[in-house]
Design a protein around this ligand. Sequence first.
Ligand code: EPS
Length: 388
Amino acid sequence: MRFLTSGESHGPKLSAIVEGFPANLEIDKERMTNELIKRQGGYGRGRRMQIEKDTFQFGSGIRHAKTLGSPIMIEIINDDFKHWSKIMGSDPLTPEEAESMRRVITKPRPGHADLVGGMKYNMRDLRNVLERSSARETAARVAVGALCKELLHALDIRIVSRVKQIGSVRDEGRYNLADIREFSDQSSVRMVSEEKTGEAEELIDATKKNGDSIGGVVEVIVENPIPGLGSHVHYDRKLDAKIAGSVVSINAFKGVEFGAGFEAASTPGSEVQDEITYDDEKGYTRRTNNLGGFEGGMTTGMPIVVKAVMKPIPTLYKPLLSVDINSKEEFKATIERSDACAVPAASVVCEHMVAIEVARAVLDKFPHDDMDELKAAVGAYKKRVKEY
Ligand code: EPS
C-alpha cells in the first residue's frame, strides 16, 4: 500500500491517493469523518479552525460503501480558499493584481521551513514554502489514516491516542484502554484526567496571553496487533523504525519512544526485558510491556505503545529575531495567525500515522486482493503462531 498527499494550506483543496487497498472492505464514512473532526479540535487552536469544517469526498475507489481494490482518491476542500483565491490561484495575475495581491513574504519565521525551503527551491516569496510546510496537510494524512483504521477495525486491531503532557502539565496516571478511549475524547486537550485537563487549559490561556506557544507529549496505543509484523532481517523492514520515521514526519515532532523508551537508559536490563509466558487462550505473551510491543523490529503481539514529543508551534505573537532575505537586515518577526497549542490535534495525527504504518505492515505480510482472502490468511497465521 502506498499513498501520496497534495495540497497547499490556503489552496483550493487537499487530496490523497491510496493505492493497494483490498477490495470488499466496508467503509464507514461517518466514522472516518469523526477522525477529521477530532483533528480539528483541541483547546488552543487558532481562528483558522473556525473557518474550516473538514469533511471529505471520495473521488474514486469506493462504490456503495465498499472498496473496489482500485486507487482510492480522497478530497478535502479548504473553505479558507475563498479568501485566498487570487493569492493562491493557479491562473496568472495581471500586473496590477500582482502588485496588490501577491503578499510576498520575505521574512522567514524561526523554526519554520521558510528560510531553508526558500534557499533550496530558489524561491524569493516564502509563501511558496510555507503553504506546503503548513500542518494543514495533516488533514489529508488523517483521512488516509482513517481509511487504514477501517482496515484495522475489520481485523479487530484497535488504536487509541491521548495527550500525556502539555508544557509542565503531565497526566501521568496509568490508565486502561477503555478509559483512554472514553475520557480522552471528552477532554478539550485529549487528556484522560479531568483535573489535568483544567490545568492544561489554564496553562494554554496563560501562554496565549503571553504571545507564546506550547508543546507536549502524545501517546498512541495499538491494541491486539498481529505478532510478527515487520522483520528483523533488514534495517528497512523493521516496523518500529518505520513508525518512528512516520511519527517524526509530523510537523513539529522531534522525538519518539517505544514503551519505557528513554527510561530504559537508567533501568537495569533484568527490569527492562519483558519475560515470556504461555497461556492456552492467548498463546505466547509477555509479563510486562517495557519494549512497547516490539522485539527485533517485529510486533510481539503485546500492545504497541508509542510516545512522541511535539515542540511548541513556531508561529508566535511574541516576536523573535530573524533576517529579511532581500535587505539582509535583522527584524523582529511580525504577528501571524496561529495556534497557541496544537498538541491535542497532533495526538490525532500521530494516531493516524501509526495506523498507516501498521496497516501497511499487515498488507505487506498477507495476500490482500480481497478482504476475505486477507482475513483468512490472518486467521490461519494467528492460529499457527499461537500453536508454535
Ligand atoms: C498553520 C497555521 C494555521 C493553522 C494551520 C497550520 O493556519 P493559518 O495559517 O491559516 O492561520 O490553523 O493548521 C491548519 C490549517 C490545520 O488544518 O491544522 C501552520 O502555519 O502550519
